[in-house]
Design a binder for this molecule. Structure first.
Ligand SMILES: [Zn+2]
Length: 168
């Protein structure tokens, strides 16, 4: 193989590697949307990017997303889309994400386990603290004096408002 041909092959491999890198970066960026510096929580109006450890996301099928400064406001929103996001429909939601308390990773809100009544407060006071597993939720209950463990579907429309009043 001539030096030229070897060099050309090397460059081709490099170009392919660059493409793969760009594609995987794009995929990662789509999987984990981040709030921009000006994104406001549609429920309370706070700047979401100031509270990265609490971010919740509603991702729509057309690619745009709404960001929240905690799971509590995400639930208020989902129970009253007409009020907080006129023109948006539940059927158009592609993904719901919350931030796991321990790993700080984004997790599927519908699979997350939530603890209420603990000594851990979010940006908006008492929170539904998202955990990735029931075992984590039980550890969290012990370490932070939680009162109840709830699955996504167990969070009623009234519950986030009761949390605001410190009722668990
Ligand atoms: Zn909020």
């Amino acid at each position: 193989m001539s030096v030229h041909r070897a060099a050309r092959r090397f460059l081709t491999v490099l170009a392919l590697a660059a493409w793969v890198a760009v594609f995987s970066l794009n995929a990662a960026a789509q999987a984990v949307q981040k709030p921009g510096p000006k994104d406001l929580c549609p429920v309370c109006g706070m700047l979401v990017s100031k509270y990265p450890n609490w971010v919740a996301v509603v991702q729509y099928k057309d690619g745009h997303a709404h960001f929240f400064d905690g799971a509590k406001d995400l639930f208020k929103y989902l129970h009253d889309l007409e009020k907080y996001a006129p023109g948006h429909r539940r059927e158009d939601v592609a993904a719901l994400q919350v931030t796991d308390y321990y790993s700080l990773a984004r997790i599927d809100a519908q699979k997350a386990i939530f603890v209420i009544g603990s000594d851990v407060l979010g940006p908006m006071g008492h929170e539904l603290v998202p955990l990735a597993s029931r075992a984590d939720a039980e550890d969290f209950m012990k370490d932070h004096k939680g009162k109840r463990i709830l699955g996504f579907a167990e969070v009623t429309r009234e519950l986030p408002f009761r949390l605001d009043d410190g009722k668990f």
